[in-house]
Ligand binder design. Structure first.
Ligand SMILES: CC(C)(COP(=O)(O)OP(=O)(O)OC[C@H]1O[C@@H](n2cnc3c(N)ncnc32)[C@H](O)[C@@H]1OP(=O)(O)O)[C@@H](O)C(=O)NCCC(=O)NCCS
Length: 171
């Protein structure tokens, strides 16, 4: 269930230490601080965090021409299953849409059940499969989502309880 006070904001360079902590807590191949700094400062970089002191979640992407590419979504293990990943994705997709992006793209391990559930619930569809893409032999899936008419579907857990416009966080 999504916490009532969930707020998402654009990340700033001051969030670098928290984003780095999230990288190390969530990924086997964490990006180093230099790469993360570049994500936060380069002109195509777009980043969001959940606005809480413990910074439990972040999303990193690129906005290139009319395409929005999601590069990283991470939620601290103890904060998962509460709608944080969804809230970040919805905010990022709406921001990209309002900046004129017509398509969102991402790449995900074919065995990443949680991430695939999150992306598919938001409407992402399969574009291609990259066989043996990762160093352990796992496949990558490339997913995409047309943005021009996209609206966030209600969360399964909340669909019965309230209309969609009451369940999304405010920008
Ligand atoms: C993937 C990840 C970001 C999901 O974050 P989260 O905050 O736990 O996800 P949410 O609580 O917002 O759930 C979003 C939806 O996905 C579904 N979902 C989430 N985890 C799931 C799981 N393990 N199994 C099945 N469905 C799952 C939820 O049911 C929810 O559906 P709903 O919107 O219809 O209610 C999180 O698991 C994570 O940080 N994983 C490690 C990093 C990673 O793999 N990132 C993705 C690749 S960059």
């Amino acid at each position: 269930m999504q916490p009532a006070n969930l707020q998402v904001r654009r990340a700033e360079i001051a969030d670098l230490p928290a984003i780095s902590r999230l990288e190390h807590a969530c990924f086997a191949d964490p990006w180093g601080e230099d790469s993360l700094r570049s994500e936060l400062t380069q002109s195509i970089g777009r980043a969001w965090v959940v606005d809480r002191e413990d910074c439990p979640a972040m999303l990193l992407g690129w906005l290139v021409a009319d395409e929005f590419q999601v590069n990283r979504v991470a939620v601290l293990p103890q904060a998962r299953g509460q709608g944080l990943g969804r809230a970040l994705m919805v905010r990022a997709l709406l921001d990209a849409q309002s900046c004129g992006a017509t398509r969102a793209l991402l790449e995900v391990r074919a065995d990443n059940v949680a991430a695939l559930a999150l992306y598919r619930r938001l409407g992402f569809g399969d574009l291609s499969r990259r066989k043996g893409y990762y160093s352990d032999g796992s496949d990558a899936l490339v997913l995409d989502l047309p943005l021009p008419t996209w609206t966030a579907p209600p969360a399964k857990s909340q669909a019965a309880a309230a209309p969609a416009h009451m369940t999304e966080m405010k920008a």
